[in-house]
Design a protein around this ligand. Sequence first.
Ligand code: NAD
Length: 257
Amino acid sequence: MEVKKVEKLLSGKKILIMGAANKRSIAWGCAQAMLDNGAELIFTYQNERLKKSLLRLVSNEERLVECDVSKDESIAQAFATISEKFGKIDGIVHAIAFAKKDELAGDIMNSSREGYALAQDISAYSLIAVAKYAIKLLKNPASIVTLTYFGSERAIPNYNVMGVAKAALEANVRYLARDMAKYGVRVNAISAGAVKTLAVTGVKDHGELLRISEERTVDGKSVTTKEIGGTAAFLVSDLSTGVVGDTIYVDKGVHLI
Ligand SMILES: NC(=O)c1ccc[n+]([C@@H]2O[C@H](COP(=O)([O-])OP(=O)(O)OC[C@H]3O[C@@H](n4cnc5c(N)ncnc54)[C@H](O)[C@@H]3O)[C@@H](O)[C@H]2O)c1
């Protein structure tokens, strides 16, 4: 009798994870879910400090590539390095956002022009920049997944410029999904529930934000980064080929209640 090899959901898929800063990062939850499902992973890090942090999670330095999304040269160099070392890839998780702390407090009228632009640049435009430099490297079919938050739709206290950036990011997903379809690339977003990560601690009164979010889940327990990662694994897999340009909530029902 012929013994069949058991294939996992992401066996043979090479996925690039952008934005894993430490073990609490949503990107790290995505990485774990993808590893469990048989994917081969490559990681980008923002700078040397974050590389050190990431090395505590991923011992194989060969798999880590520097990429600061605020600089086109850095993105171009990162994708050139990835191409040289790993060849074509099947998917990208973009889990990157930034706004200055003083933009994530108080009234949005006090946002500065620079602070607003910076949040847009790193948190929304970067998806377009990544798509632009990645296009030659992505297989056909391939899948890009980004991370957004409900603050794009509702005025969440103190979230301010980041909420506006997330609304732009979700629009970017729709336009990119339309324009990348001809290359066989799907683009989608996950609207994740609030979880305690480094990024959240930049928001004033984030303790209250996390407490209220947890209270409003259907079972009173916050979504985990692994649960968010499970949906990311689905979105980079061939199970989701019909999902295009969409934003999927993974927040245990917070957006309903
Ligand atoms: N934590 C939450 O509650 C929550 C909820 C919904 C969506 N999100 C989104 O998930 C994504 C990941 O955030 P997280 O919560 O895991 O926090 P995190 O702090 O662990 O990750 C943010 C990442 O963005 C990276 N980054 C920032 N500026 C960069 C730059 N110039 N170049 C390259 N990388 C840069 C950081 O290095 C870090 O790895 C973000 O888009 C965030 O808005 C978070």
